[in-house]
Design a protein around this ligand. Structure first.
Ligand SMILES: C[S@@+](CC[C@H](N)C(=O)[O-])C[C@H]1O[C@@H](n2cnc3c(N)ncnc32)[C@H](O)[C@@H]1O
Length: 250
């Protein structure tokens, strides 16, 4: 199923002002830490969804956050929440990043983030976006993205609070979309998708896009603090590799 259909269909379950989804605990706080001090920075948020991460970047003092998402319903949610919270410096565009350009190479930005975007497209589309990211980033800028951990589908059964169901083998399934689901702490769940890629896919695409430096790569997982907060919810995921964060410079 196309990402637009998935997200137009249940944007209401994504719109949130406080952490509630599993990945609001297991991934997004680390993304924000990796962003570091964002005061005065110009930021692009690729696959921004309803704006959860970009709003926090804006609240931390970024000069501007420009979000792009293929789902009109998610962008409507982003605009409504930004207006309700009286936040400034946020702007949003409905855009399919597999085809449309983003940013402006004549006016490069300080930071680009893509939080769980690349799991909705094949490796060629991701490669095109990575090349554009390099063109629209300042030489001293940074690029941070997260994806589901490539191994997760084979080691986590299709049960709450997070899974991706494999539809083939690890190496033979590159570019195959795997259906998945991620839960919220209130018991609701949302459909997600992982167009499978291996670690080799990511590193090769980054190299071909011209990223010359070794990225910082972190395998994100549940911590003791998560379990202390809500043992029933986080307990089933202890010691499993859930997501991967990449942080790099052009
Ligand atoms: C898992 S959600 C994450 C949203 C947001 N980054 C966050 O962390 O809350 C993935 C988002 O990527 C968007 N997306 C998927 N494919 C896209 C594409 N080709 N172009 C733009 N956005 C896309 C979806 O519409 C969805 O909002």
């Amino acid at each position: 199923m196309e990402a637009k259909e998935i997200y137009d269909g249940h944007a209401d379950l994504w719109v949130r002002k406080a952490p509630i989804l599993l990945s609001d605990y297991s991934a997004r706080p680390r993304v924000l830490e990796l962003c570091g001090d964002v005061k005065g920075l110009t930021v692009l948020d690729l696959g921004c969804g309803e704006g959860y991460v970009g709003r926090q970047v804006a609240k931390s003092g970024a000069h501007s956050v420009t979000g792009y998402d293929v789902s009109r319903a998610m962008i409507d949610g982003a605009n409504q929440t930004a207006a309700a919270m009286g936040l400034e410096g946020l702007s949003y565009h409905v855009s399919d990043l597999r085809q449309a350009e983003f940013g402006d190479p004549q006016n490069p930005v300080d930071l680009v983030i893509a939080v769980f975007l690349f799991n909705y497209m094949d490796a060629d589309s991701m490669s095109r976006i990575l090349k554009r990211v390099r063109q629209v980033l300042k030489p001293e800028g940074r690029f941070i993205f997260t994806v589901p951990h490539p191994m997760l589908p084979w080691i986590k059964p299709a049960e709450r609070p997070f899974y991706m169901r494999p539809e083939g083998g690890y190496f033979s399934s590159v570019d195959v979309p795997f259906p998945g689901r991620i839960w919220r702490r209130d018991g609701e769940s949302v459909e997600v998708q992982a167009v499978h890629k291996t670690f080799t896919t990511y590193f090769r695409a980054l190299g071909e896009a011209g990223f010359g430096q070794m990225p910082v790569v972190e395998e994100l997982h549940i911590t003791a603090d998560h379990v202390a907060l809500d043992p029933d919810f986080f307990g089933p995921l202890v010691d499993l590799p859930l997501h991967v964060a990449f942080s790099l410079s052009p």
